[in-house]
Design a protein around this ligand. Structure first.
Ligand code: MG
Length: 280
């Protein structure tokens, strides 16, 4: 009997809360809208160390609006879409003579597939946020670095390795997500060959004064949503079996996708140029 009463009381409570009411000492009271107001900012607060703004500064510019993608991985409103599954209009390749030619990768079913040379964006980028989806060939053909090798080459110089690293005992600094030849990924977050995978990259371009490096590049990488580099310093250009120091280049350079003679596929590639705080 007591149990049933308790249950009835519990049911009443649940119903009351669902109806937007509160129970105060056994009496159900309709919840009143509070309609509280708060200041939009302050001007009598201390100046933040190293900034021109005060704490909660009323005059500090509000961040500009960006509409996020409809689902995770979709491009936000301020992204430059480099590949939407339809065409290679934002990409070029280079002939043996170094001259630009149309990119020749195969485009079908919403993806592009490596073929006919490394491709480069027509537009140049420096500091950026980059989203890339890729898949190594479903059929394993070869070992080690021949399993689905490609690469996302930032500024045409700094490679984040694309490889089928699923149960592939190749060298650590050549695995998927590695800063090739320099730093292995923190963990191996690879999916099986043939499955779509993602890189989300935040890149800080190196800075040069003439020929001299004054600030190295840094990179943060998420592989399939898992952190694999945390603002890691890049020690120089991508290279195989050697150390290749920095060589001065422009503040923006084309992004490249590597043709390493394996049929890696890419889809949904977008990039955002990074801007600082307080810009409208
Ligand atoms: Mg590669």
């Amino acid at each position: 009997m007591l149990g049933r009463l308790r249950n009835t009381r519990k049911a009443a409570l649940v119903a009351a809360f669902a109806a937007g009411a509160v129970l105060v000492t056994g009496v159900v009271v309709a919840q009143q809208k509070k309609n509280r107001t708060a200041p939009l900012g302050y001007s009598d607060t201390p100046v933040l160390p190293g900034q021109k703004w005060k704490v909660h500064d009323i005059d500090r510019p509000r961040p500009r609006l960006v509409t996020p993608g409809a689902k995770p991985g979709d491009p936000p409103s301020d992204a430059i879409v480099l590949f939407d599954g339809k065409d290679l209009s934002k990409w070029r390749t280079r002939g043996r003579d170094g001259k630009e030619q149309p990119a020749r990768w195969k485009v079908e079913n919403g993806y592009m597939e490596v073929s006919g040379g490394t491709i480069y964006t027509t537009e140049k980028f420096g500091d950026c946020q980059l989203h890339v989806e890729w898949a190594a060939p479903a059929e394993i053909d070869g070992t080690s670095q021949w399993r689905g090798n490609s690469g996302v080459i930032l500024m045409s110089n700094y490679e984040i390795q694309v490889l089928d690293s699923y149960d592939n005992p190749t060298y650590a600094d050549g695995q998927a997500g590695a800063i090739y030849g320099q730093w292995p990924p923190l963990v191996n977050a690879s999916r099986k060959p043939g499955e779509w995978q993602s890189f989300d990259i935040v890149f800080e371009a190196p800075k040069f004064d003439g020929e001299k490096l004054v600030k190295p590049a840094y990179v943060t990488v998420f592989h399939n949503g898992v952190l694999v580099h945390h603002r890691q310093e890049i020690i120089g250009r991508m290279a195989h079996r050697i150390i290749s120091p920095y060589k001065a280049h422009g503040p923006e350079e084309p992004l490249a996708l590597q043709d390493h003679d394996t049929k890696v596929r890419y889809r949904n590639i977008w990039i955002r140029r990074l801007t600082g705080y307080d810009q409208q």
